[in-house]
Design a protein around this ligand. Sequence first.
Ligand SMILES: [Zn+2]
Length: 459
Amino acid sequence: MLTLIKNATVITGDAGRNVLYDGCVAVDGTRIVAVGPSSEVTDQYPDAQIVDGRGKAVFPGLVNAHTHLLATTDRGILEDFGFPTTLRFPESARSLLTPDERNIMALLGAVEAIRSGTTCLLEISNDIPQYAESLEGTGLRLALAENVNDIDDAVAQRGAFAYSARKLDAGLLRSVDLIEGWHGRADGRVQCLVAPHAPENCSPELLRGCRELAERYGTRYTIHLAQSHYEVEAVMRTRGVRPTQYLFANGLLGPDLIAAHCRYVDASEIALLGQTGTGVSNNAAIAARRGAAAPIKELEAAGCPIGVGTDNMAEDMVEAMRAGLFLERVRRNDQMDPQPEDVLEWGTRGGARLLGMEGEIGSLEVGKKADLFIIEAMRPHLVPSLRLVSAFIHNGQPADISDVMVDGQWLMREGKLQTVDEDDIVRRAERAGHAAWKRLVERYPEVPLPVNLPPTPAS
Ligand SMILES: [Zn+2]
């Protein structure tokens, strides 16, 4: 079926950053078949179904290059008590979810993602096949990666470092299972990556094993890098080099790697990441909550493609882009750089490039997949609509987003989710989140929690 979104402001997000006024996007099946002035495109497709775009703007869909959907369980708590969170909490509540609850919390994250204009996200977690089908059913474009590490936790709790061959094997096996079960599913809407967790909890054998696995299956790979002072100190103590150098020595850097965070990288590491063309996910909102800021402009200047991720406890890509702009200006005491168009590019084509999908998604151009969102531009915080990209990046809200399309399918239409029962998910997620935290308190009665939990809601 052919659909025309016409008489809209079209933010193409193409290399020239072109904006069309009274523009039109034509979608046939899963792909964009025309982008241009409404009068011209309408003439070409007289029988198309029309979406009236007056007072609206069409954007390329947002690509979340790093997230953990189940961390929605820990929302409202783990943002505020430091990192690593295990310094304060014996484990995360998300690790105590039942399989049913994991499905619900993943769907909750997906709903929030869709409502913030996300059309593609990279989900990193363990045992993803448990909820992959739920996620696929949302219609989102998915990149899935099993989180693996091989540190011996019992030894690590005593401050030493030892690695477990059993964990290494099990982790790689989980990765293989995910890839074999899901890579390329849903007509290619699902892809898989390999995800060694972080330099401080992965042995050289695991890093090399992950790289080989990715090569064998032709997938990309991702890792948390320079996320905490703890990580930098631990790697320097155990490996004698900084985390980025440790990854380089084990063959992990390069354009197939998405390095998330990169907060505490020094000049030599920035150069190494740039020279190897390693992709970086800028997770600015969670970084700000951790009192940190990654040197994104320096990484970009060195040669790293930049994407945007939300990471933990939130799926709001509108906020993540805005935080990326704020944090870079504050960190560098710069009033003009980055510009809103720069952060929108990180959140769209940048993320697409990180996932190896720049030819398919990331901008509104003929031949690309129809992944897009529409905003109501006639809002008190957005008018006058003179420079909508700036207005949206500085003042926009997920609530401005009325419609979201992936692969030519509406996931949200006129403010209503089309593929899932949002009210039911929110209701069940509220119960699941409370239940998981109650379990944590019961399991560790001797550990003082820095929060007073409310009573669990009745089911
Ligand atoms: Zn993460």
